[in-house]
Design a protein around this ligand. Structure first.
Ligand code: H2B
Length: 96
């Protein structure tokens, strides 16, 4: 099972993830895309990645704004899996 990160490890990871903030046991990013279809495209790409790594974000779609929330439920908090998926999500959002 993935190990919980310490508060310092989370803070350090966030220095490399400027779009993300910590909300308790969750990493959160809000992304505003150019249109609703683009938001859906991003969600679909993230869904493919999530399936491939068996780690699934909460994704809240409101028109062209998507809020991503990451946490490792099985560990009860934040792990390297969340940091890694956050970086992957940044790659998807930045590719548009
Ligand atoms: C059995 C399977 O590996 C688990 O249920 C996975 C699936 N996706 C998951 N996603 C997230 N975010 N946290 C988990 O603990 C988790 N567990």
């Amino acid at each position: 099972m993935a190990e919980l990160l310490t508060d310092d490890e989370v803070a350090d990871a966030l220095t490399r993830l400027p779009h993300w903030k910590r909300e308790g046991d969750t990493l959160e990013r809000t992304a505003e895309l150019g249109s609703f279809p683009q938001a859906i495209q991003v969600v679909n790409r993230v869904a493919e990645i999530a399936e491939s790594v068996d780690h699934h974000p909460d994704m809240d779609i409101r028109w062209r704004t998507v809020v991503f929330r990451l946490s490792t439920h099985s560990a009860g908090g934040l792990t390297g899996k969340d940091v890694s998926l956050a970086a992957e999500i940044d790659g998807v959002v930045d590719a548009l």
